[in-house]
Design a protein around this ligand. Structure first.
Ligand SMILES: C[S@@+](CC[C@H](N)C(=O)[O-])C[C@H]1O[C@@H](n2cnc3c(N)ncnc32)[C@H](O)[C@@H]1O
Length: 305
């Protein structure tokens, strides 16, 4: 998972993708989730054995009587540092598997996941396909724009490939780009024509359709599975006090699920507007704290029945 400042969002993403809540930085559940489109969740594995310490795990793996050709074992230590020597345990586990490893072109990839509470061993079934250390050198960035990684996680909170998604305050188009990359039919709107031009240039640079237009989020009409709203925070320029309520009142009858980013706690407003809070997280960057909510509308709840 990602940096500590974004851990709350990472946990919310995991719950959205896998329907599981995590203890520390690991979640367990009945089905190994597909995490290829995740922003923070690194991998998903079919757990074969576990134990509170190496001794217990070793005994559990030995009982499996594993035979495997062309495998590789990777060691992960999410969360607070556990002082173990990765290569030592790769060798010890290899001794328990009959068959040859193949480090360069493995057909089976095993994961040894070590946390302070538990040692787990399993077969990797999916892993995040995106790298964030090489974030796009697109032409335009907003000063308070989201990183692509945060934008990706917000999209994952409310939408899946094939869905329709609206970003009604799209700025430089980060959310729209992440959604379009994921085969989500996404559109962006912003009240500021200069930003819409920048968003269009960014999308074209990324070879994505420039699905952005000038408009007022309080007056948009449409029909969408999901929306991601990165509201103006009001830190540098004042925001009309009724903007959040007006935008949400307009969109709650047109959208099923909404991920919101706000500069302050808005849980009371969300409840007053009849929106059900599914997930909540805080992320911090320097002085800026972002309050993130994933909510469902009454329309969304009725359509799910
Ligand atoms: C925090 S910025 C969004 C940044 C964007 N997520 C990005 O990564 O570039 C908020 C945006 O809301 C837009 N905005 C403010 N009031 C609006 C309104 N009534 N309708 C549509 N957009 C609005 C601003 O122009 C600004 O671009």
């Amino acid at each position: 998972m990602g940096p500590d400042e974004e851990l709350g969002l990472a946990r919310a993403e995991l719950a959205a993708l896998a329907g599981q809540t995590c203890i520390g930085r690991v979640a367990t559940g009945p089905i190994a989730a597909d995490v290829t489109r995740s922003a923070y969740v690194r991998l998903s594995a079919d757990q074969l054995a576990s134990g509170r310490n190496w001794g217990q795990l070793r005994a559990a793996i030995a009982q499996l009587d594993l035979h495997c050709e062309n495998y590789r074992i990777e060691v992960f230590r999410p969360g607070p540092k556990v002082n173990v020597h990765a290569t030592q345990f790769q060798k010890l586990i290899a001794d328990l598997i009959s068959g040859r490893p193949n480090l360069d072109e493995p057909r089976t990839q095993f994961a040894l996941v070590i946390t302070q509470e538990m040692w787990r061993f399993g077969v990797i079934v999916s892993r995040s396909a995106r790298r964030w250390d090489i974030e796009g050198n697109r032409p335009y960035h907003c000063s308070h724009g989201l990183t692509s990684r945060v934008a990706r996680a917000l999209v994952n909170l409310v939408a899946a490939p094939g869905d329709t998604l609206l970003d009604p305050c799209c700025g430089s188009g980060t959310v729209v780009a992440e959604a379009l990359r994921d085969s989500i039919h996404a559109w962006g709107v912003d009240i500021n024509p200069a930003l819409v031009r920048q968003a269009a240039a960014n999308l074209r640079f990324l070879k994505l359709p420039a699905n952005v237009m000038v408009g007022d989020a309080r007056r948009i009409r449409g029909n969408f599975d999901a929306a991601v709203i990165d509201f103006p925070y009001g830190h540098s320029t004042p925001v009309e006090s009724s903007l959040y309520a007006d935008v949400l009142t307009n969109l709650r009858t047109q959208v099923d699920r909404i991920a919101l980013v706000c500069g302050r706690d808005q849980s009371r407003l969300l409840r007053q507007l009849g929106l059900t809070i599914r997930q909540q997280a805080l992320i911090t960057k320097g002085q800026l704290t972002r309050h993130i909510y994933s909510v469902s509308t009454k329309r969304g709840q009725e359509r799910r029945r």
